[in-house]
Write a protein that binds this ligand. Sequence first.
Ligand code: ADP
Ligand code: ZN
Ligand code: ZN
Length: 802
Amino acid sequence: MQVAKVIVDVPTSQTNHTFDYLIPEPLENIVIKGMRVSVPFGPRKVMGFVVEVSDHSEFDKLKPLDEVMDLTPVLTDELLQLGKWMSEQTVSFYIQNFQAMLPQILKAKYKKEIEALTDVELPEGLQQLFAGRTIMDFEEFIERNGNYALLLEEIKNGHVQINYIVKSKETKKTKVFIGPNKEQYLLEEAIEDMSNRAKKQKKIMEWFIQQPEPVEQQLLLTKLQTTSSTINQLVDKKLLKKIDKKVYRDPFQNTEFERTTSLPLNSQQQAAIKPIWDAIDSKKDEVFLLHGVTGSGKTEVYLQAIERVLVKGEEAIVLVPEIALTPQMVQRFKGRFGSEVAVLHSALSPGEKFDEWTKIHKKEVKVVVGARSAIFAPFENIGIIIIDEEHETSYKQDEQPRYHAREVAKKRGSYHNCPIVLGSATPMLESYARAKKGVYRLLEMPDRMNEGEMPPVEIIDMRDELYAGNRTMFSRNLLDAIKSRIERKEQVVLFLNRRGHSTFVMCRECGDVMKCPACDIALTYHKSSHQLKCHYCDYQIPMVKECQVCKSKTIRYFGTGTQKVEEALREHIPEAKVIRMDVDTTRRKGSHKSLLDKFGNGEANILLGTQMIAKGLDFERVTLVGVLAVDTMLHLPDFRSSEKTFQLLTQVSGRAGRHKLPGEVIIQTYTPEHYSIQLASQYQYQQFFQQEMETRKGFHYPPYYFLTLINVSHPNQLKAQEVTKTICKLLFKHLSAQATVLGPTPSPIVRINNRYRYQCMVKYKDEPNQREVMRRILKHYHDDIYRHDLTIQVDFEPYSLM
Ligand code: ADP
Ligand code: ZN
Ligand code: ZN
């Protein structure tokens, strides 16, 4: 007897373990671990992952499983183990982790079909079922008791394949190919018979005499400058034939990728790549932190490290923040490695993502470039994992499983014995601290390519503007600078931060922001109670009427949107052509790229946008970068706000003057003296690191302490508060005396979708049993969670504190 141990798709604390199912006889030796199966669960049928196949079970009456959903495992042994580990680390359910590793389509409802791929005679059992067709439903295969072993064999031989069909044939696309219908000498004879006037037809025929491979009709049309009616005439004469071919949808099909070759590395690149190459060669799972200023040539280092890996026949994973996964970025990898590269990012349709994933799964590619979840690429022979812009918070998933791609990378690195490269111009404090301690190996690239200088940064004190009677959102210097660029036919990037909610209050006269005396974060304004609260600890005071420092009454909540800025720009500089990029203008697929193309073609003077324009863009004519109000970021109620500001300013400054024209950066702020603005304007990462570390030490934040954030929400405010209070008590009781438990306190965004949100924060050095405690707490509230609308989110080492 064969027994499948299955993790079922029922994500609750009580079902978070394997269930045993009997493997029915026709499926014996077909079902193996890593496959998904459909199993009876109570009155329902649910999906599940087979994590083990065994020859016995502790239970006597086993139900048989219903059906296999995959004929080849979708998860490798390594990924199964990884999922288990992740679920322990993040205190999430096994099923959530397995699901997180697969493309969306495999989670949806879909139909499967079997397709015969060749004219090769299939074995009798299958031939019969197909009965002359090339495609049959998988359902039919099951109903007619098809032979799984036979099917599997033929899949392995490459004679048939399984297609996943999601509504309206989403997973595959067909293209018309044209190919010769006769042998070459017959084509040659046919040409001779053609009249002299049939020049166009002859041209096509000659093409196929030269090379008999079928080509896409579209390509033929452009290459030979011919028409489809000419082709059709030849098809009618039975000289050529049309072939409908299923092809992968290529998201970059309309982009020509110019091939590039390795550049000779300069001395700082050589020094950086040497130890990486060594680790690749000796199969060492070392973690490198590549700290290189923007434009120092990090990407070239990545490319040549990957080259080394490919020569060894191994594979590479490159993670890039979603937002930086621009066509320009993709070009650099596709340009170097061509069709060996798969690209995974969220702008792809589910079908496109599935195609890319399939290429990886079938080992048709060797390199994957993608956002966070590309870390789960089902490669089995990884030689390097690269995480670019390693400080980016988007590498942490903000829903369960709350994994960080960097930690997953390290885990995979130690499985495959391969190096990890973390790259950034502004590494996370935690990472840099680790590198300084020798946990990571630090590689520094302090100089820009070609002796290029970073552009000079001017800081504008917006309080002076106010004093001079300028109440607009543009300083006089910035307006002048923009106008001069428009005159000179150069371009401007204007940046406005709009992350989070602008609920802090600031004095417009002196720039003072009210902070919590214990936690050093900006106090949050709560409209309902008209109070200022610290959302880490419980500190609160009534909303102030005047500035505590200068007594001014110009106390304001802060924040403007991109749309408002666009209107204001129109008013002040009517001649400016503006392209606005924010979540609203880039919602449609492809709009991101088309807006950037427009700007690149010089169709606008100004690119105005949020975070999404801060990274990776590289335009020759951009000589001015303006940051409108850096304060909205600096005063987020987040202990990392200084660090995030520093990173962002460094990032945007890197956008100006990347080429021959010299660049300039203008930053507008009400707190020009703040160290993260000052040091970013001088590109002083080291000093910033030192100063910020002092603050972190003083207020017990990472990297000196670890944090755990527990967020509780419920439609009833009292309930949310009560539960959070109990959790705080339980944690206080069960964690060590060294841990600090803060809370309960209202979350910075107190109410979302009519749910009240409370939180509790733990600061600790070492709490080996905290995950066990959290699991017990979640189990304790199991009933409330599944029946009474309670939500408890536990986030270890949180990045988002809202
Ligand atoms: P980063 O990734 O650190 O921001 P890039 O890799 O984009 O830096 O490099 C900046 C520019 O320098 C790019 O245009 C790149 O093509 C060029 N570059 C990088 N390495 C070399 C090299 N060894 N020789 C010549 N040009 C280089
Ligand atoms: Zn003031
Ligand atoms: Zn506080």
